[in-house]
Design a protein around this ligand. Structure first.
Ligand code: SAM
Ligand code: SF4
Length: 332
């Protein structure tokens, strides 16, 4: 089988599938407080449609699938979908990204369904700060969900994603580093990207990975040392020199990794996006519902991937064009 390849020679192996644009949080860097326009339910891919596309993508060379949203846990029967995708031969990694709010109830069924990897978003360890950034008073529920996850070692590692926002995140960087030493969690800081609904992103609000790394090294008794990672990996991973605790940095703004990007995304309504910052997308739902064969879908997918964007232009001033959707509508 020909690999999935774009016109710059990048081989695509990683697919993020959004299963809903809805969410029970309203994070300020992602969604507006209200007035969100939801995709009508009949336009959202059914689990059967998701599975059919996932199987096809894996046959074409995708090895890593992450289920995301919106908030994937607000969609009914998520463990059922996981159990179906878990059975796909040749899929090497199946994971979800969640805000953690429903994990206390879902950790067990997700583990039983075969989930082995998870990313939980957590931007603050202080209840008031958490409530400010997510617009929900829910820190306790997320921390209980994380505790529950620890009961299922098959789901490992537990990665925590924290968006680095200047003026907000600095005061908790050290607390997150201490958490990474105290708990079996890999803490990862993600640079704030211009994918928020309210248009509040400014370059000067991006707290860079480098700055956070320096803050940690200055405050902690043990320094962080880099761990070699796969070149296609988005994150730079460090371990404390005494071997106790891991911290990662995803730096799409200050250190773009477009040259090795092997990722594509499928939105909840079945639009294929070849870059987070795409301004065009390819409809897979229409042909799927019109009865297209796998060969016909393959042709559409290969043509879309061939046109994958060279890079984002966040740092190119007037050349930067905001994506036509927010992070929650794309599937981060
Ligand atoms: N609701 C789930 C969650 O929050 O984990 C999954 C979807 S969310 C869109 C996926 C990831 O995107 C989260 O880790 C979130 O922090 C991140 N994200 C959302 N908006 C972002 C932005 N403007 N810049 C950087 N990361 C962002
Ligand atoms: Fe919801 Fe995730 Fe966006 Fe927060 S980041 S509003 S939890 S989709």
């Amino acid at each position: 089988m020909q690999p999935l390849i774009d016109s710059f020679g990048r081989q695509i192996e990683n697919l993020r599938i959004s299963i809903t644009d809805r969410c029970n949080f309203r994070c300020r860097y992602c969604m507006p407080e209200e007035m969100m326009q939801w995709v009508p339910r009949d336009e959202i891919l059914t689990y059967e449609e998701v599975e059919r596309l996932a199987r096809l993508f894996v046959r074409l060379g995708i090895r890593d699938i992450r289920i995301t949203g919106g908030e994937p846990t607000v969609r009914k029967d998520l463990p059922y979908l996981i159990s179906r995708l878990h059975m796909i031969d040749d899929l090497e990694s199946l994971s979800i990204t969640t805000n953690g709010f429903r994990l206390k109830a879902l950790a067990k069924p997700l583990a039983e369904a075969g989930l082995t990897r998870i990313n939980v978003s957590l931007d603050s360890l202080v209840p008031e700060h958490f409530a400010y950034i997510t617009r929900r008073n829910a820190l306790n529920a997320v921390m209980e969900g994380l505790e529950e996850l620890e009961e299922y070692p098959a789901i490992s590692p537990i990665k925590l994603n924290c968006v680095g926002i200047r003026g907000f995140t600095e005061r908790e960087v050290v607390a997150f580093a201490e958490l990474a030493r105290r708990k079996p969690y890999v803490v990862r800081f993600i640079e704030f990207m211009p994918l928020d609904a309210d248009g509040i992103w400014r370059e000067e609000n991006v707290l860079t990975g480098r700055e956070i790394l320096d803050m940690i090294n200055e405050a902690m008794p043990v320094p962080l040392v880099p761990i070699p990672t796969d070149p296609a990996s988005t994150s730079r991973v460090y371990r404390f020199a005494d071997g106790n605790g891991e911290v990662g940095f995803i730096n799409p703004v200050s250190e773009p990794f477009c040259a090795t990007c092997n990722r594509i995304r499928l939105t909840a309504e079945g639009m294929l996006r070849t870059c987070l910052f795409s301004v065009r997308e390819t409809d897979l739902r229409l042909p799927l519902r019109d009865g297209a064969t796998d060969e016909e879908l393959e042709h559409i997918i290969r043509a879309a991937i061939w046109q994958k964007e060279l890079k984002h232009r966040i740092n190119e001033g007037e050349f930067f064009q905001r994506a036509n959707r927010t992070m929650s509508q794309i599937g981060g």
